[in-house]
Design a protein around this ligand. Structure first.
Ligand code: HEC
Length: 427
């Protein structure tokens, strides 16, 4: 076995050499387009047109090349030099090179039977064990934006572990994004009161559960088809918890109508490693000490923390003072975000990059799952950094007019700002 392994590796390494003459559509380009474009560009998908066949490609070639070369498509704002991500929606440098070679060779079609899907898992949830719909449909009435929270009963009387999720929006054109949580049994009553106080389904909300109040499950952005958590990890949900969905509806894109979204979950009765998901932000910012003066850009706010001594806040199952393993990150800023990153500053002065987004895009708040988890040792600091641009060129457009810059600060509404580093960790 030990002898055979290097030989197999050599053969596998050689295979593309031997057969790679000129790239063809079916063998080389179609698998890339299928995995990196068709996931959103399909009939009824989130993107405005389908992109799968060579005929589709020819129709949209000019626009597609422009979007690919400018880095707009596929949407993947993080630098791939920072870390290796898996699975990833990003078009990697060698895949871009194949496309360019195919173009310069005059776009040979090749043989249909040469098509093989790209290796590795696509970004999606692989199994659904429970589907949790919102209790009632809700029709957003505020334009353009409405934030609404919904509670869903947790249907299990025994402990379960969430090992993957997908939010299926009832109205794809209305759901701009959603944050998904579950509430600890001890904080359910407090949030339930807010729901009960509003006669319509759910309530208007800008808060999310922090610390021991509950746990993040993940985020939904358009085009996302769910995700399996890293192999062997899961979030422990005790009986008596409730699912908490914060919807950001945006009615500007289409006709408003009732939305009834459903959260699909993959579940296990036990996992090898209990995971915790937490939002990292400077507590001072929450007291409106994250000033972003009007007219200024390159305004940077940074928060460094050694999370190991307070690990039990991330998950009741974690023991304070032990190393943590970082598997994935999601950054959350609002519309004035310019750039953001999350890195681990080592006690020995070196730095390990987890995510680096040089050009923030409010519409593509992706989750970045690392191919190799980063170990955070006691004494290391997790550093969350956000830079904002509050000049007139970077203001959002509201009802057709560009907003005039004014001083901004921390707050949950779209017109306020945030700087959150979401981390998925185990011990
Ligand atoms: C995660 C979902 C997603 C993936 C993956 C994706 N797109 Fe898109 N694409 C969209 C959405 C949504 C829009 C419309 C909104 C926008 O322009 O951002 C769009 C718009 C476009 C447009 C028109 C607007 C523009 O920026 O020029 C082109 C061209 C395009 N996509 C090409 C591609 C190609 C080529 C790929 C694969 C290499 C790809 N897209 C992958 C979601 C996606």
């Amino acid at each position: 076995m030990t002898r055979a392994t290097p030989l197999l590796l050599v053969l596998a390494g050689c295979a593309p050499e031997v057969s790679s003459t000129t790239p063809t559509w079916h063998r080389d380009v179609a698998p890339i387009v299928e995995r990196k474009c068709s996931t959103c560009h399909e009939a009824g998908g989130v993107a405005p047109f389908a992109l799968k066949t060579l005929a589709d490609w020819n129709t949209y070639e000019a626009a597609s090349l422009a979007a690919i070369r400018a880095g707009r498509m596929p949407p993947f704002p993080a630098k791939t030099e920072c870390a290796d991500y898996a699975p990833t929606q990003a078009l990697l440098a060698d895949q871009r090179a194949v496309l360019e070679q195919w173009l310069s060779a005059g776009k040979p079609e090749g043989k249909v039977e040469d098509f093989k899907p790209l290796p590795g898992a696509p970004d999606k949830l692989t199994r659904v064990d429970v589907s949790l719909p919102m209790k009632a449909a809700f029709t957003p009435t505020k334009s353009p934006d409405e934030y609404r929270c919904f509670l869903i009963d947790w249907p299990f009387a025994e402990t379960k572990y969430i090992t993957g999720y997908e939010l299926r929006p009832g109205q794809k054109s209305l759901v701009h994004h959603a944050d998904l949580f579950f509430l600890s049994p001890s904080s359910v009553a407090e949030w339930q009161r807010r729901d009960d106080a509003d006669p319509k389904p759910g309530w208007e909300c800008y808060d999310i559960p922090f610390g021991r109040e509950g746990s993040w499950i993940g985020t939904y952005v358009p085009g996302m088809r769910g995700v399996d958590f890293p192999e062997g990890t899961g979030l422990r949900v005790p009986p008596g918890a409730k699912v908490y969905i914060q919807m950001h509806y945006n009615a500007a894109a289409g006709e408003a109508g009732p939305d009834l979204s459903t959260l699909d979950l993959r579940l296990e009765s036990r996992v090898q490693k209990i995971a915790g998901v937490q939002a990292l932000s400077d507590p001072k910012w929450l007291n409106r000490q994250m000033r972003i003066p009007a007219g200024k850009k390159d305004v940077t706010h940074r928060f460094d923390i050694d999370p190991t001594p307070v690990a039990s806040i991330i998950s009741e199952d974690f023991v304070d003072g032990r190393p943590l393993k970082l598997y994935a990150t999601t950054m959350h800023l609002h519309q004035l975000g310019q750039s953001t990153k999350l890195e681990v500053l080592r006690a020995d002065g070196t730095t390990t990059c987890a995510v680096d987004i040089p050009k923030w895009d409010f519409h593509w708040q992706l989750a970045y799952t690392l191919k190799t988890p980063i170990v955070i040792n006691p004494g290391d600091q997790v550093s969350v950094q956000c830079t904002f641009d509050n000049t007139s060129e970077n203001q959002p457009v509201l009802n057709g007019t560009r907003v005039t810059p004014r001083d901004r600060n921390w707050g949950a509404r779209t017109e306020d700002e945030m700087c959150v580093g979401g981390v998925f960790v185990t011990q």
